[in-house]
Write a protein that binds this ligand. Structure first.
Ligand code: 5GP
Length: 120
């Protein structure tokens, strides 16, 4: 079972403008900003605007419009970051074994260098 959404998690506070971020993109469904501790030359986080704990929560409970909007936003951000030619990696850590630290769904976009077979 998914944990209830914590409205005081750090990404909720970023969405409310209570904490600053280096914004890359924003639309009706998604906000994208630079990761504070980048693991690659390009390391962007894309989050849905709705209150979803995880990939599990979002895929089960998000509306068709939210899901489609979010998926399109992730693609748009990667394209706008210039990563389409060289390629990139998407990652959505989920739950305990997935080492998800912030309980608001986020998709990592990594790029700007050869990333190897997998991130540790
Ligand atoms: P997770 O392990 O939950 O997938 O990753 C959380 C990510 O959020 C980490 O890469 C971490 O550096 C990033 N992060 C945590 N707090 C902040 C913050 O306040 N601002 C930004 N921009 N990134 C954050």
């Amino acid at each position: 079972a998914t944990k209830p959404y914590d409205p005081d998690n750090i990404f909720a506070r970023i969405l409310r403008g209570e904490i600053p971020c280096r914004k890359v993109y924003e639309d009706q469904h998604a906000l994208a900003f630079h990761d504070i501790n980048p693991q690659a030359p390009e390391h962007i986080l894309v989050i849905p605007k709705g209150a979803y704990v995880s990939w599990d929560d979002f895929s089960a409970n998000g509306s068709e419009a939210e899901i489609a909007g979010f998926v399109r936003a992730v693609g748009h951000v990667a394209r706008e970051a210039g990563l389409l030619g060289s390629g990139y990696r998407l990652l959505a850590n989920t739950g305990l074994d997935g080492h998800q630290e912030v309980p608001h769904l986020h998709v990592h976009i990594f790029g700007g260098r050869p990333l190897g077979p997998m991130l540790a």
